[in-house]
Design a protein around this ligand. Sequence first.
Ligand SMILES: NC(=O)c1ccc[n+]([C@@H]2O[C@H](COP(=O)([O-])OP(=O)(O)OC[C@H]3O[C@@H](n4cnc5c(N)ncnc54)[C@H](O)[C@@H]3O)[C@@H](O)[C@H]2O)c1
Length: 257
Amino acid sequence: MDLGVEQFRLEGRTALVTGAGRGVGAGIAQVLAAAGAAVVVNDLHVDRARAVADAIVDGGHAAVACPFDVTDTDAAKAALGAVGEGRAIDILVHNAGVPDGGGRPNRFVDMPRADWQLQIDLNLAAMMRMVQVVLPRLLENGWGRIIQISSGASSRGLPIGVAAYGAAKAGSEALVRHLGVECGPHGVTANALALGLMEGLGRADDPKVEKMIRQVPIGRLGRGTDVGAAIVWLCSEAGGLVNGQVIHLNGGTVFGR
Ligand SMILES: NC(=O)c1ccc[n+]([C@@H]2O[C@H](COP(=O)([O-])OP(=O)(O)OC[C@H]3O[C@@H](n4cnc5c(N)ncnc54)[C@H](O)[C@@H]3O)[C@@H](O)[C@H]2O)c1
């Protein structure tokens, strides 16, 4: 085994990143592409997916836009088929998790069913759908990586109206644990990254953002590229020992500071 940085190169791998048209997903797509993977950039919004894919290609790396709604299995299969034969997915990063228009934070007692259903559909059911779309091929190939983007809200109660979101993310983490056991013997690992407070939640000089930063011992919020770097490790041969795990990427956050 190569013990240098070459072991982290992902040439020859194709990665599908859902919800990668902006935010965390865009950072993940950029880092995976820089590490050598061909990236299939998904988003609900065609323009967002294209902008991220074009920027990656302009930077000299490989990417293609692949817009579809991750809650629709048929649309996913059709869109993935349309981006070209031979582009078999080796790596699934299910990042889409913030519903467009709906699913607003709310005390659970006041949350309309349509809003909590949206959280379950996107954060749990869509993960299940996407895994079933790509997993047969990964098992057939005898190599694959499944990475779910989760949240610290899955493992602690928070007074910010995210009960349904947290419940859905917790479900996705349970799925990953079981997938790790079912798929590990076939060369396919499954893991979740539970994110903490990330950049993009407001301007740096916003008092709310300053308060958030005070809760993070490393003194800054997370970035999509931090998440991308962890994913490159998980996707490399060196990361193959990690399976069925939930890894917290949160700078050691201590809530209530
Ligand atoms: N930002 C944070 O502070 C934070 C913290 C913890 C966890 N997370 C998780 O990180 C992930 C990304 O969050 P973000 O803040 O970058 O979100 P974001 O809203 O900035 O970006 C999400 C992207 O997903 C797309 N999307 C939404 N629904 C979709 C669908 N049905 N099909 C395809 N694409 C869809 C959106 O169009 C958008 O471009 C989510 O899973 C979120 O739960 C974020």
